[in-house]
Design a protein around this ligand. Sequence first.
Ligand SMILES: C[S@@+](CC[C@H](N)C(=O)[O-])C[C@H]1O[C@@H](n2cnc3c(N)ncnc32)[C@H](O)[C@@H]1O
Length: 237
Amino acid sequence: MTKIDPQEPPCMIEAVGTTERIRRAYDLWSAIYAKVAGPLEHGPRLRALELAGIQPLDIVLEVAVGTGAILLEVLKRVDKRKIVYGTDLSPKMLHKARQLAHDEGHANLGLYRADARQLPFRGEAFDVIYSSYFLDLLELKDMPPVLDGFKRVLRPGGRLVLVNLSKEYADKISWIERFYLWLPAAWVPYLLGSCRPVFMQELVEAQGFIEVKREFIRGLTHSEIVTARKPSNSWHR
Ligand SMILES: C[S@@+](CC[C@H](N)C(=O)[O-])C[C@H]1O[C@@H](n2cnc3c(N)ncnc32)[C@H](O)[C@@H]1O
């Protein structure tokens, strides 16, 4: 397993929040998440989707779909006979995502309540995995196994597209990190959704993905987009 030393650049602070508290926080967030996160995050999410280059016949999995804004965009891009898959830990987030897709007339979706640390899919099932603002809430120790799980369920040659909170200077503490560290730990899931700036490029490379690229997007909360491919000669069952 890849080790990260938070003292060494790229510097990432540890995540705060138990799984149960994070689930509860996002159940609460689901009522207003689209309105709050949309203006901050939709630009990077759409840019990432563009980089994913989704084709009508692709089988796509979105991990941690939230209220379904990107799931809807994926549904618009794929053939109606193809199921688009999504997972999330929070039942209320999933409910919002399902409602949004149905309201827009899409029935070809498979939504599952699942912890991304144990994806309930067979190996090599997907052409594309997309996930936004999720890896940045994981504990450092969970990042490599989650990326390995993504690799397991991607078909050889499949594409991975990640969007995360990030920061401009790897070796400096940003304002959002200061706030994160200053807050009482129990409040972090409720006020920040447990998300903090991270750097995923090196970890994605360390899991054996190829063609790994990072795009940095400036904003009120900066973001990174990391794209990669599973090697064509790599098999997982
Ligand atoms: C910051 S929101 C991002 C939602 C969506 N991807 C977006 O870009 O709007 C984080 C999402 O991750 C989900 N989540 C948190 N921990 C999870 C886990 N261990 N497995 C799956 N989903 C998780 C939350 O319920 C929430 O919907």
